[in-house]
Design a protein. Sequence first.
Length: 309
Amino acid sequence: MELREIEIFLALAEELHFGRTADRLHVTPARVSQAIKKQERVIGAELFKRTSRNVQLTPIGKQLRDGLADGYRQIQEALAAAAAAGQGMIGELHIGYATAWCGNLIVAATDTFRTRHPDCQVHIYESPMLDPLGPLRDGSRDLQLIELPIDEPDIVNGPVLFSEPRALVVPADHPFAELETVSMEDLADAPLITITGQPQYFLDLHYPRRTPNGRRIPRGPSTTAWQEVLALVGAGKGVSPTSARAAQYYSRPDIVYVPFRDAPPVEYGLLWSATGNIPKVRAFVQTVLETAAVRTAAAGGGSAAPKSP
């Protein structure tokens, strides 16, 4: 009995309907009937009782079903494992993320990916603000979902997954805290708390030195950790720009998030090493794209839809 014939027999034993079995296996009902008749000739006994109203397994059919089911399952699992190995879908993936909302997307995508590729273990990490590209370069991360822009010759920029409005984190007792919105020009009127460890072009976009009208933006303290940024703002040492969504995850009684009315949005995208474009990385990127698209659709549009590489 050939593998395809076993598949047809087991499917009919489950469906007990020639039409449904044919649809499930993408064959014609005649093909199903021919396969079963051939099996019955080889065995020398009926496997199914057919009437105009129903199909039932005979006792010998039940015996054959029970004897074949486990073996067929093992064959399918072995074939799937071999296919996964051949496609590079085994081993481990190490995924980094920059913020809590990026982490939520990565976790959701990982759940889907693990279902599709159970032989590939996925590990998730929060990315450091200090040298976020280092883990990609030393091989300890395969992918990162972080804020853009990143323009490095050894790093591949994948798709932009979403963007978020920008806000300014200010001390709760600061005059800005009473405003409904702030302007980029307002940055000239308060020390700007910045971070270190990022490329200069990244810092120039997120922590500019001058306003759009050319006014100098004073510098406050600099740090390498997001919680330290919030602590410095809460202590009245200055203000700092961020995604407006941070207010949902990092609320404190000593700070206020005030939306910008004229700042560009914060974009988030996937990055990987130029030497790490392997099948399982590409498969995970596709899974994240699908997950982000579903979330965007569920939100009724919302943030920018993901764009394929």
